[in-house]
Design a protein around this ligand. Structure first.
Ligand SMILES: [Zn+2]
Ligand SMILES: [Zn+2]
Length: 767
């Protein structure tokens, strides 16, 4: 679980819309870095109509970027036509070649079955199926495809023809979705691959939980022995199967067994599915996907052309007179021919049914495996279940040893179990947890229910490629590089702002702002106010007169003023500290003094942060008719803020009472004339004017240098020379003291102090 929103960008969300603690309607959503991917989109064979669909309402289907379908089994693909034709889904769809071909064939058959159902139960029609066919893009095993920035690679999954696992790389996060897979090669398919690059998250089927399969040879012997037993007692063998997949495997076993046992050859084997026969064409087309034994066999003869198997499409074509073997669909006995034969054969104890697939909860196939002796026929009759019922699994799903070995090889930090019943999933989780603990490996195993999100924080490495102008300079480890960070798909590049036009579709523009403010405030006063305002945040310095106005200045003069050469040269140190420094380092004073004299006498304006904002003094001209300052800056949020503060400082200075302006002018004049006594007198007047601006009228005793205030009936006296405040009310006393120290800070600082060095001694006397 994420602890805060700061992780939002690193959050991987996995939500099963189906196959969460159940088998059926596989549909798993993975969300990461604004990408939404869907794996599989099937129906649940235990339900009908809308109830058989995944929980599509849980998410906004319009957000899904792509759907990856692992194989053609209905619990993995049968909801695709509904998704395409009846929802807001507008993403891309991917399948392997054989999956797409067989999907089309199976779904046409499915549409025909749907037509017999109540209109309300009809999920979709041919039109929706054809619409989905147009959308489905095919993808090859082991071929990496870029799907809108997500790198997708299908791996072989075994299981059925064309079945694949999908490995997706979303911005460096690798998720492997296995679908149904088998690590054991069978008669016609190779085993599943183990991806070379280990994924961070594996979403894996858990159908068989902790049960191990017996070896294939053993199962084949049990199966053929069982078939033989039933036939020898004069019974009929019913093999309910999915038309494609396991049916082909069972036929290959039976064909082989019949060839070895001539006495059986008089017993017919029926494959009651027109579809399976048609699908053989597809199997033959995709020989390259079959295992190497099959490929070799194909070179001699088509191994899917059976000598002992008869194809029929309806029950009437069955010669139902005695012992026979019938492979009929569907595998879960819900309806169709397998159900029809089951109902007519189940009361005879000579007959037998062998369930070779995984029996899904909620189906008749599952029900008869649980020791029942009666079943209800589709027409409501009660039937005795006397025939033998056996389960010999040939479903090509991984068992516990396969799952364990597969996860050991990949060692993912996160494993999400799907496609398994809650009980099996729980047992598998405990077994995997115990194994990881015993091996001292860190692996979290999750068993989400439908619609229950699994949230994983994945912090991928962020690598930014330095491109363009920035790449021209040599950069060493530890260097700071500044530029514009541009994200494209999942890659990031760092470029110079000048390169934005070259490497992105963005366009840059610079807005230079200029504002004219009527003001008579001398530049030195403004500088003092701004320095106090921006102290420690922004550097305020004086600007040389503009060059076109300096034409009379000769070269020699120019040479003597190094500071004047550089326009808007910043003063990096606060003036007060410079004054102190000047006292201790006399050799430096000369140069500094020259610069300072220039500042005060010829300054034309101010610069904030080395030209970020310039403020120039202008006298009344024909256009404006008034004395004013021109503020110029390149608009951006920070600079705009500085300008706002500057403007309010100017306006505040403009609105100062006349007495204060007069006192300030007097003080400046005294400082200029180096008249210490007079400066001290004006300084007191400045303090008086500022205090009165805050606290109202007050009395000044210039001789004693005291100021008497009366605030809300309480008297307070400031003895300015010693900065002592006499007052009975502590709170008020403190307020006055604080204000006085602020005023001192302001007028003892900057413009006043640095202009005349001799005064710095007298100001420190009081400090
Ligand atoms: Zn399957
Ligand atoms: Zn499945």
């Amino acid at each position: 679980m994420p602890d805060d929103d700061a992780h939002a960008g690193d959050l991987l969300e996995i939500i099963p819309l189906g196959a969460g603690s159940e088998v059926g309607r596989s549909c798993v959503i993975a969300r990461y870095k604004q990408k939404t991917l869907m794996f599989d989109c099937g129906i649940h064979p235990g339900y009908a109509g809308l109830a058989s669909l995944p929980y599509f309402d849980e998410i906004d289907l319009a957000d899904v970027d792509a759907l990856f379908v692992t194989h053609f089994h209905l619990d993995h693909c049968a909801a695709v036509p509904f998704l395409c034709g009846r929802t807001d889904f507008n993403g891309r769809i991917f399948m392997t070649h054989p999956t797409k071909a067989i999907y089309h064939m199976l779904m046409q058959d499915f549409c025909r079955l749907l037509k017999n159902q109540e209109p309300s139960e009809q999920l979709f029609g041919e039109k929706d199926l054809e619409a989905s066919m147009k959308k489905i893009e095919v993808i090859d095993f082991h071929q990496e495809v870029d799907v809108d920035g997500v790198k997708v690679t299908p791996y072989r999954a075994g299981h059925v023809l064309g079945a694949c696992m999908f490995n997706v790389d979303i911005g460096g996060l690798r998720v492997l979705y296995t679908g149904d897979y088998s690590r054991i090669a069978d008669r016609h398919l190779p085993a599943a691959d183990v991806p070379a690059i280990p994924p961070h998250v594996v979403i894996v089927e858990s159908t068989y939980g902790v049960s191990p399969h017996s070896p294939r040879e053993e199962r084949e012997i049990r199966f053929t022995e069982k078939v033989q037993t039933i036939l020898r007692r004069g019974g009929r063998v019913l093999l309910p199967v999915v038309a494609l997949g396991r049916a082909q495997e069972l036929l290959l076993i039976l064909e082989d067994f019949w060839a070895q046992n001539p006495d059986l050859q008089r017993v017919p084997i029926y494959q009651a599915s027109a579809l399976a026969r048609k699908a053989m064409t597809i199997y033959q087309t995709y020989i390259n996907v079959l295992n190497s034994d099959m490929k070799a066999a194909f070179e001699e003869a088509n191994p899917f052309v059976f000598n002992h198997v008869k194809h029929v499409s309806k029950s009437s074509e069955l010669d139902d007179v005695g012992p026979c073997v019938v492979l009929a669909t569907p595998s879960m006995l819900q309806s169709g021919l397998s159900r029809e034969l089951f109902e007519s054969w189940c009361e005879d104890p000579k007959n037998g049914v062998i369930i070779a697939d995984f029996a899904v909860q909620g189906t008749l196939a599952r029900e008869i495996l649980s020791d029942v002796n009666k079943i209800i026929a589709r027409d409501g009759r009660e039937l005795q279940l006397n025939m033998s019922v056996d389960a010999i699994s040939f479903s090509a799903h991984a068992d516990y040893p396969q799952t364990q070995a597969f996860l050991d090889a990949l060692a993912p930090p996160h494993v999400i179990l799907v496609h398994g019943e809650a009980g099996e999933m729980g047992r598998l989780k405990r077994a995997l947890d115990n194994k990881a603990a015993a091996d001292d490996k860190k692996m979290s195993v999750y068993t989400p229910k439908n619609c229950q999100p699994v949230e994983i924080i994945h912090k991928g490495e962020r690598i930014a490629k330095i491109t363009g102008l920035l790449a021209e300079q040599e950069i060493e480890e530890g260097d700071h590089v500044a530029g514009v960070l541009v994200q494209k798909d999942f890659g990031t590049m760092l470029i110079a702002p000048e390169d934005v036009n070259n490497y992105t579709k963005l366009r840059t523009s610079l807005v230079t702002q200029r504002q004219l403010v009527p003001s008579k405030i001398p530049i030195s006063t403004l500088r003092f106010a701004l320095e106090a305002l921006f102290e420690g945040l922004h550097v305020v310095s004086t600007l040389a007169p503009e060059e076109d106005e300096e034409e009379e200045e000769d070269a020699e003069e120019e040479a003597n003023k190094p500071a004047a050469k550089k326009k808007a040269a910043p003063k990096k140190k606060a003036t007060t500290s410079r004054a102190k420094k000047a006292k201790t380092e006399p050799s430096e004073v000369e140069a500094r003094e020259g610069e300072d004299k220039f500042d005060v006498d010829k300054a034309d304006g101010l610069s904030i942060n080395d030209g970020m904002v310039t403020i120039r003094k202008r006298f009344a001209d024909e256009i404006t008719g008034v004395e004013h300052v021109v503020i110029e800056w390149n608009s951006d949020p920070l600079t705009d803020m500085i300008v706002d503060a500057t403007l309010s400082a100017i306006l505040q200075l403009e609105s100062e009472p006349e007495a204060l302006k007069e006192a300030e002018a007097g003080l400046r004049d005294a400082i200029k004339k180096k008249d210490e006594t007079s400066a001290e007198k004006w300084r007191l007047r400045v303090v008086a004017a500022m205090l009165s601006a805050q606290f109202g009228e007050l009395k000044v005793n210039e001789k004693k240098a005291t100021l008497s205030l009366n605030i809300d009936g309480i008297d307070a006296v400031l003895e300015y020379r010693t900065r002592t405040v006499l007052c009975d009310n502590d709170a008020l006393k403190q307020r006055v003291e604080t204000t006085v120290s602020r005023i001192d800070e302001a007028i003892g600082d900057a413009a006043y102090a640095h202009a005349v060095h001799s005064l710095s001694a007298s100001s420190t006397k009081f400090a």
